[in-house]
Design a binder for this molecule. Structure first.
Ligand code: PSU
Ligand code: MN
Length: 304
């Protein structure tokens, strides 16, 4: 294509570079949950908790981001501080990568943008809290997470889709897009803050090796989609469904009244649900992020 320069490569931190060189397991982590999803100072516990769980389970953590226009896998501690302080950090979906890079801005990756960066690097395992999906009530708001899941060969470990979403519609879209959904230790699609949704998943496993077997079979079949591994929030931090349902209903009402739209919707709703539950969703969110990071590391080890 005329005018196109050489393709952009990711900058890797020395730790991540060495792990990839030596074919050791790496787990990619998103940064939007730190810079937009969780409040200060809890975003620091999330960052430390996730990275710590990855290491404790034998893998190297690699935060995905764009730093001053440079797409990166792995952040130095100074860089991580900028994401925790949140100032001037753009929330990037896949489509935002280009302008953030070209304008030398700093951006945090959603699931969609993290997957887009994973296209350009070797690691195949990614841990997050909850994937985006089809929003409730909105005339049309569907997270780009679904589209990138449909075209990125990666294992994505999550606690289901966020409770603020339309879960049946989200599962239907994942089916249409050919994305395998595997319950980890459950036969149901977990509902983020809650362990159960009443919605069944097609396949259920109990070990990281079983996930690795499915991933290898999927890619050996020439499939290009991600595999969603959905693990329920740890029992001790799970919230009752009625509490979350009421809080989500109130949050959706508030968002409509305040005229919240577009990329602001998800962070706004998550903050409103947190207020409505007196912070109980925060403890659940931190707990499931750590648990997902640990499981992702075990899967990365099984695949390595
Ligand atoms: N889970 C959280 N907090 C978050 C997100 C997920 O607990 O902030 C982010 C993820 O990065 C996810 C994004 O990819 O929200 C989805 O946003 P949207 O609906 O605008 O696509
Ligand atoms: Mn949206």
């Amino acid at each position: 294509m005329s005018g196109a320069g050489p393709s952009l490569t990711l900058r890797l931190t020395p730790e991540v570079w060495q792990a990839i060189e030596q074919a050791r397991p790496v787990v990619v982590l998103e940064t939007s949950v730190l810079a937009q999803g969780l409040p200060v100072p809890h975003n620091r516990s999330a960052a430390e908790g996730m990275a710590g769980e990855v290491e404790a389970n034998g893998a190297t953590p690699a935060f995905a981001a764009v730093v001053d226009g440079q797409p990166t896998l792995g952040l130095t501690s100074t860089e991580l501080e900028r994401f925790l302080a949140r100032e001037g950090v753009v929330k990037m979906s896949a489509r935002d990568l280009a302008w953030v890079v070209a304008q030398k801005r700093t951006g945090a990756t959603t699931v969609a943008a993290t997957l887009a960066l994973m296209h350009r690097s070797a690691p195949r395992v990614f841990a997050t809290g909850g994937i985006g999906g089809v929003h409730r009530n909105a005339p049309f708001d569907e997270s780009a997470d679904l589209i990138e899941l449909a075209r990125t060969p990666a294992v994505v470990v999550c606690a289901g889709a966020k409770s603020i979403l339309d879960l049946p519609a989200t599962l239907e879209r994942l089916e249409t897009l050919g994305v395998p959904v595997i319950g980890y230790g459950t036969e149901e699609f977990p509902a983020f803050f809650c362990r159960s949704s009443g919605l069944r998943v097609p396949a259920s496993v109990t070990t990281a090796e079983q996930v690795a077997d499915i991933a290898r079979a999927h890619w050996a079949l020439g499939r290009r989609e991600a595999i969603v591994v959905a693990q329920p929030v740890p029992e001790a931090d799970a919230l009752p469904r009625a509490l979350v349902d009421d809080a989500v209903r109130a949050a959706l009402h508030g968002a409509a009244e305040a005229g919240i739209t577009g990329a602001a919707t998800t962070p706004w709703l998550l903050a409103a649900v947190e207020r409505a539950t007196n912070g109980q969703t925060l403890a659940a969110n931190l707990s499931l992020l750590r648990a997902n990071a640990g499981l992702a590391a075990r899967i990365a080890c099984a695949l390595a």
